[in-house]
Design a protein around this ligand. Sequence first.
Ligand SMILES: Nc1ncnc2c1ncn2[C@@H]1O[C@H](COP(=O)(O)OP(=O)(O)OP(=O)(O)O)[C@@H](O)[C@H]1O
Length: 254
Amino acid sequence: MNDRTQNGVSVRLENVAFSYGEARFVFDAEFRAGAITAVMGASGSGKSTLLNLVAGFESPQAGRVRIGGEDVTALPASMRPVSMVFQENNLFAHLSVEANVGLGRSPSLRLAAQDRERVEAALARTGLAGKGKRLPRELSGGERQRVALARVLVRERPVLLLDEPFASLGPALRDDMLDLVARLQAERCMTVLFVTHQPDDARRIADHVVFIEGGKVAASGAAAGFFADDGPDVFRRYAGTNGRESRHVARKPT
Ligand SMILES: Nc1ncnc2c1ncn2[C@@H]1O[C@H](COP(=O)(O)OP(=O)(O)OP(=O)(O)O)[C@@H](O)[C@H]1O
């Protein structure tokens, strides 16, 4: 592990402008190095778009994306120091678990002995020891997301983007997975941007919260203050219209 990884790297969007037709976005935000930031906001507000701009799956029309101070705006996704896990379809259905993880070391799957050791270690670390020969369809939904996290580990990139990765899992399993993410993040000092609709998930693992509304950052701050009764109005309005789970959060002591 190099110094960069140990210290973490910041992620900065400097007046990043982008549009999908009528939907316009201007993001100006800094995500703390070596911390977990929950990215929250109503459906369609632009959370996935923000992650796609950091990952390099979309290119800004104006503004800069910096990772660890370095301008990565012109770098293709494959060159950015970033891994991403989506809600589903993270794995190749026809490849074994170990091959899916091995892709994180070598896209052509030409793996040296040391790479294979890293894959084995990552499978063990994510609770998948002994399951390397299986196909994704022979795993549970939670196990498939563990495979995606094992691949993140072998890639050894300092930034991890999580786009609602556990949204389709039940609450107990979701908590297990969140705790696993928190442990892996702490071990690697990764900078994590975590899109979630669940305030409880954000409270469980996030240090900071960035709230998106209408394609812009409408509020941001430390997680504890964010979910308190005197948190940002814009978040409280959102939470107030988002049902039981959010009201439950509002009642919790901070
Ligand atoms: N590939 C695309 N082409 C055209 N419009 C898009 C595309 N992707 C997203 N949009 C639009 O951009 C807006 C923001 O979408 P985005 O997926 O970033 O929102 P989100 O906050 O992640 O939503 P959700 O919580 O529902 O996942 C939406 O109006 C959406 O319809």
